[in-house]
Design a protein around this ligand. Structure first.
Ligand code: BT5
Length: 273
């Protein structure tokens, strides 16, 4: 009788959602500064938490942490980012930008613009940004960005829904790349495309706010629209989004002509202006 343990049969979803290959990713990414290594973890609370801990422990920039599953994925204001195992890309990059603190808020916005460009090119989709950092396809959220600072480090976490089905998405106005393209999307090449685009923009960025702003505005779908902004503290600001200013704030012009520059808030695109 053969008592050797049988290899575990892959679950059905393994066929649809193959695992990422850390060694191949690291090999491919070494040619793309500033990236130095890609860690793929099967399950972690949040890749941002891990990157913040690594940054505090002195980890050099260029580390990429990817989770096949996050059990405590976070959005802004400690909201949740949810994604079934291997259904999306959930990863964080650790950077130590030698730029003036005043221009640092542009870093995640610059990387969000690069991410939108890379996904657009890779998947042949029109990916736009909703201020500040939501990735949208056809007005639906396909990804989000969460940046956090510690000392001179900035960790930028990105979540993108890849093969996520409608019944797995947390909101009606969310979508995934497979839903939008109607075909499977391979996460490995997509991650490499994202890292190459983000890395190239980062190493060429010298802290020029205007350069980051113009790249951001090319992808931003918020300016020019009627918006309703839920501000911290729950006040609502309604008007037309007329600009993103030199520090990255959204400028909203109310019907009475009063303009307000908003540095944090949740934007709803009400309708085209
Ligand atoms: C974000 O926050 O959109 C930033 C998301 C960043 C996630 C990445 S994953 C890797 C890294 N590690 C982390 O722990 N986080 C980062 P925010 O704009 O606050 O949006 C959060 C809201 O989006 C939630 O309250 C939900 O309504 C919605 N949401 C949650 N999961 C979603 C998903 N998979 N797709 C679309 N919307 C989602």
């Amino acid at each position: 009788m053969d008592l050797a343990p049988r290899p575990e049969r892959p679950a059905y979803t393994d066929l649809d959602r193959p695992p990422l290959q850390a060694r191949a990713l690291t090999r491919a990414i070494l040619a793309a500064p500033p990236w130095r290594e890609v860690h793929v973890l099967q399950s972690v609370a949040s890749t941002n938490d891990l990157a913040v801990t690594a940054a505090r422990a002195g980890q050099a920039e260029g580390m990429v942490v990817v989770a096949e599953h996050q059990t405590g994925g976070r959005g802004r204001l400690d909201r949740q980012w949810v994604s079934p195992p291997r259904a999306g890309l959930t990863f964080t990059v650790l950077l130590r930008p030698g730029v003036a603190p005043a221009v640092r808020p542009w870093l995640p916005m610059l990387l969000a613009a690069c991410a939108a460009e890379a996904v657009s090119a890779r998947c042949d989709l029109d990916v736009s940004l909703k201020w500040p950092n939501d990735l949208l396809v056809g007005g639906r959220k396909v990804g989000g960005v969460l940046a956090e600072s510690t000392g001179d480090a900035v960790v930028v976490g990105i979540g993108i829904n890849v093969s996520t089905r409608s019944d797995e998405l947390p909101r009606d106005d969310a979508t995934s790349l497979s839903l939008e393209t109607a075909r499977p999307v391979d996460r490995g090449p997509l991650l490499l495309a994202l890292l190459r685009a983000m890395g190239s923009a980062y190493v060429h960025w010298n802290g020029d706010a205007e350069a980051a702003r113009s790249r951001y505005l090319e992808r931003c779908d918020t300016v020019g629209r009627a918006v309703s902004v839920l501000l911290p503290g729950n006040a609502v600001l309604a008007g037309e989004a007329t600009d993103v200013d030199a520090t990255g704030r959204l400028v909203v012009t109310a019907p009475d002509g009063v303009t307000t520059a908003v540095s944090a808030g949740d934007v709803v695109h009400v309708r085209p202006a």
